[in-house]
Design a binder for this molecule. Sequence first.
Ligand SMILES: Nc1nc2c(ncn2[C@@H]2O[C@H](COP(=O)(O)OP(=O)(O)O)[C@@H](O)[C@H]2O)c(=O)[nH]1
Ligand SMILES: [Mg+2]
Length: 396
Amino acid sequence: MGVLRIREVALAGKPNCGKSTFFKAATLANVEIANYPFTTIDANIGISSVRVDCPCLELDERCGQCREGARFVPVGLIDVAGLVHDAHKGRGLGNAFLDRLREASSIVHVVDASGSTDAEGNPVGVGSHDPLEDVDILERELTYWMMQILVRGWDRLARRVQAEHTKIEHVIAEQLSGVGVSQAHVRAAISELGLPSDKPAAWHEHELLDLCDYLRSVSKPMLIAANKMDTAPEENLKRLKELHYTVVPTSAEAELVLRMAERAGLIEYVPGDGDFRITGTPTEKQLRALERVGELLERFGSTGVQECLNRAVLELLGLIVVYPVEDEAKWTDKDGRVLPDAFLMPRGSTPRDLAYEVHTELGEGFLYAVDGRTGRRLGESYELKSGDVIKIVAVK
Ligand SMILES: Nc1nc2c(ncn2[C@@H]2O[C@H](COP(=O)(O)OP(=O)(O)O)[C@@H](O)[C@H]2O)c(=O)[nH]1
Ligand SMILES: [Mg+2]
């Protein structure tokens, strides 16, 4: 087994939108089903998971690593301190918050869709604040944050690029590498905005800002959790859904109720499901809370929390889940465990990439791979698909 490389999702949003509730719910899991450490790394960084259909559904028996065919693959989750307007200037927790986002590969923007908190997160009457404003504020803060990093020493940089005829995308990507911007991102942005790449010293400040805005949108993929859906006016949900984002109505609170009830042995609930089963003896009060959650599930299909995590990882980051095995016929490892591991890989990965992900030595000794479904040898350039069961053959 190689070291698990954890992909990260950050929860961002203003104070009181429900980030910590979402975080707590999403990182609270049934330890027994997990063959990886479901521990909280620190108060604000934890392990959550994406849910996929387990390939063992094609077998006669479940593999023992999943819950009735629902396979949970670990991802890191960061609860970023509440963000307010002008955070990039150091307001609120300011740059400490923004620095946390450096580590994240995608962002779930938790928005209080009920409109019951103002731009700073102070309680106001339900529906009295427009949640769309919060979306603008977060975008702006991230853009200005990148701008701040970019303009550090910009004049000197731009002049040097012009004098030495070096590539501007290289210099910008270097400057912004800490926030996850690549040369390809910069090249795309420059061409999209039609900036003269040989004359960066002549770029206007507003053009630099547009550049940062574009870079933000491509390097920090984001979706919106329209949280507090239980009390949100229809109109707010509708307007949020019209934005050019993936918008998932959520109730972090409902998810927390379900996960705690399951932990307490009161219900059986598989995260992401649209229902649960009472298996214990809840008190009158607990029963009423569960009934309320039940109604919500009926109305929305699920609490939305698992869907946010799934889409942030599988759609925004474009990752797939692949299952390496030692025995391609039985889908087991050397100890006979069925489908022992699940790896998240970037789309477009090859079997050799998977070998490296499992272990550097396996990657270096890679000879070929076998498809666990067909028993056929896979070509060097085979593109792995989500759900693939793969045997890797390497020199010993
Ligand atoms: N009605 C409702 N309230 C929620 C929901 N999620 C969180 N809250 C409440 O919103 C308040 C702020 O939540 P918290 O998670 O501390 O927000 P944070 O400041 O963004 O971390 C708390 O009172 C939560 O109980 C939800 O889905 N529905
Ligand atoms: Mg919080």
